[in-house]
Design a protein around this ligand. Structure first.
Ligand code: TYC
Length: 114
């Protein structure tokens, strides 16, 4: 008796072991970028004012604040904290505003951490 040609059943593509399927196992979560907040040296801002800024806006104790202030004074700048973009922007704004209100030329900036 004549056999009809067997139709190939539509191949399901999700059988276990199907080598044509690549299952992503590596999680692809991305950390949000972090930003360094930098304090810059100048010749006019009083040392005590910088120490106060570091205590007030960066939660440093007095000894830490003196140490970092002296690092900025000697090296020209120092990283005073690492934050999310939004927090870093807020800190920079707070420091710049506080310095301006007291008529000191203190500069604070942020840069992306690589
Ligand atoms: N260089 C300043 C002075 O001699 C002190 C100073 C330190 C200024 C740190 C700014 O970010 C600064 N009075």
């Amino acid at each position: 008796m004549l056999q009809e040609p067997k139709m190939m059943s539509p191949k399901k593509n999700d059988e276990p072991g199907d080598p044509s399927i690549l299952v992503e196992t590596r999680p692809r979560t991305q950390r949000p970028p972090l930003y360094k907040v930098l304090l810059l040296n100048d010749d006019y801002t009083p040392m005590e004012f910088v120490v106060h800024v570091l205590e007030r806006f960066f939660g440093m104790n007095h000894a830490q604040a003196v140490e970092i202030m002296l690092t900025v004074h000697k090296k020209g700048l120092a990283v005073v904290g690492v934050f999310s973009h939004e927090i870093a922007e807020t800190k920079v704004g707070q420091v710049m505003d506080f310095a301006r209100r007291h008529q000191h030329p203190l500069q604070c900036t942020m840069e992306k951490e690589e």
